[in-house]
Design a protein around this ligand. Structure first.
Ligand code: HEC
Length: 92
């Protein structure tokens, strides 16, 4: 009898723990966009309206300015814009 109730309590604890973990998991925000790299965001977004500009086409300072202009046009978050601009500045 004593052994059985210990077993039941242990199973209850296990069930509660796993359902708590499941709940925590499903509540976690999807980090899809945040997880995207600059190069991926660049290839996905910058050809929606014109050809994807090559990183070598502009200087680092120009990319900063162009990034600000295209952020508003492409409706990007500042985080996304920064990733794209960092990629464009670094890969030449
Ligand atoms: C919603 C449409 C749209 C998207 C998306 C877009 N652009 Fe543009 N882009 C334009 C338009 C329109 C122009 C031309 C007018 C202008 O310069 O504002 C342009 C011009 C440019 C130019 C030329 C600037 C110059 O001085 O010659 C560059 C470089 C550029 N875009 C880069 C980008 C990059 C990088 C992205 C991705 C982050 C991007 N664009 C996304 C609409 C867009």
């Amino acid at each position: 009898m004593k052994f059985n109730s210990t077993k039941i309590i242990l199973s209850l604890v296990a069930i509660l723990t796993s359902s708590l973990l499941l709940t925590l998991n499903s509540c976690a925000p999807t980090k899809d966009i945040a997880a995207k790299s600059g190069v991926l965001l660049w290839s996905e977004n910058c050809q929606r309206c014109h050809n994807t500009p090559s990183p070598s086409a502009f200087s680092a300072e120009s990319w900063e300015t162009i990034g600000m202009h295209m952020q508003t046009r492409a409706l990007l978050t500042t985080e996304e814009k920064d990733k794209i601009v960092n990629f464009l500045k670094s890969s030449k």
